[in-house]
Design a protein around this ligand. Structure first.
Ligand code: CU
Length: 163
């Protein structure tokens, strides 16, 4: 039997792979995403939990949050709230130079078919998937059932709308 692989072919393969390394094609800069203010309220049921976070995009290129996974739930879906109802979103845009806010009463991550019920003080790991950016893993602290983030709603300095 003759060996079918010639060294010259292997060599050409290596060169082709190395040639792919540079990505200077002059297009948009890659999105530069970071995640802030992630938290989950301790769920009140055994089956469902909602998670909140903010994705900040520091680049000139927009991206989309398309899905998420977590070790505590069989399903994690991206939900948007319109009016009083929430529904699954196929994707949520993180605008160039902007942010995508998942917050109480608005967009959120929905953890369904919980494998275990997270308790206050624990941390839940969530992997976020995007159209362009590599997945980002977020450690989401579990807060009390009534937790309100201080950053988005500062209750102590709230300006009352009536006098
Ligand atoms: Cu929901």
């Amino acid at each position: 039997m003759r060996r079918p692989i010639a060294p010259a072919v292997l060599m050409a393969g290596c060169l082709a792979l190395t040639g792919c390394g540079g990505s200077a094609d002059g297009g948009d800069a890659a999105p530069d995403l970071s995640v802030q203010s992630a938290y989950m309220r301790q769920p009140v049921t055994d089956s469902l939990a909602a998670g909140y976070l903010t994705v900040v995009n520091k680049s000139d290129s927009s991206d989309d949050l398309v899905s998420a996974t977590s070790d505590i739930a069989e399903d994690v879906t991206v939900h948007e709230t319109s009016g009083q109802k929430m529904k699954e979103a196929s994707s949520l845009e993180i605008p160039a130079g902007g942010r995508l806010v998942l917050g109480s009463g608005g967009n959120h991550l929905m953890f369904e078919k919980l494998k275990r019920r997270p308790k206050e003080g624990e941390t839940v790991s969530v992997e976020l998937r995007f159209t362009k950016t590599d997945p980002i893993t977020v450690e989401m602290p579990v807060k009390s059932v009534t937790y309100q983030p201080t950053s988005s709603k500062s209750s102590s300095t709230s300006s009352s709308s009536h006098h």
